[in-house]
Design a protein around this ligand. Sequence first.
Ligand code: ADP
Ligand code: ADP
Ligand code: ZN
Length: 214
Amino acid sequence: MKIIMLGAPGAGKGTQAKKIAEKYQIPHISTGDIFRANIKAGTELGNKAKTYMDQGLLVPDELVVDLVVDRLAQEDCANGYVLDGFPRTIPQAESLDAALAKLGEKMEYAIDVNVPDENIVKRMGGRRACVGCGATYHIEFNPPKKEGTCDSCGENLILRDDDKPETVQKRLGVYHEQTQPLIDYYTNAGILKTVDGTVDMNDVFTSIVQILGE
Ligand code: ADP
Ligand code: ADP
Ligand code: ZN
């Protein structure tokens, strides 16, 4: 099962991708998580990516595409995967299709988690991310058992720098300009599925399961 998650920053892609990965036993591949892990480890890639991420801009395609294509060639991806945060531009989508075509494969589902901009700004201010495992919480909609502490790994939860309101506005602009065209791209490819992302996260997941099958 090969799945792409589409949607604005904060739409709930990561939240749903985690649930999909668990239910269907496929890896959850988040390019944002990969970059943050590289930043934490102080790699060259991390240092390069950080300058863009801090400004709310996309990391250039050439720093992203090979990374993802290499990841998809790993053994645990043999039965599929859920891609979260990639592709984010038309050239990324075209490169992904080309890489899959070489293997005689095709993307199967592009799930658009639809949430209007007004809801996004509120959500992002309440998002807390684990510095250890990347898990995300929301102070109101999905609080951890113990305030400020990750349920799964016990590390600290933080408000990401790029989740501050100014940067969120910038990222929304970048989303509409560079990522939203992918909706047409995958509609034309015949694999776009849209779910309402404004409802409770468990109900969003129910709609996704209806698409993917039990
Ligand atoms: P969100 O889900 O909140 O939008 P992510 O964790 O997916 O955030 O991404 C954080 C940042 O990492 C993005 O704002 C962007 O700078 C960078 N990034 C992640 N994935 C990509 C990608 N496919 N192409 C370019 N930049 C990316
Ligand atoms: P994305 O990966 O698209 O950037 P996340 O999955 O990190 O989005 O979700 C953004 C924030 O909104 C998180 O704090 C998350 O807990 C919260 N959230 C996710 N889905 C919902 C939902 N359906 N209703 C309310 N809050 C949600
Ligand atoms: Zn954690």
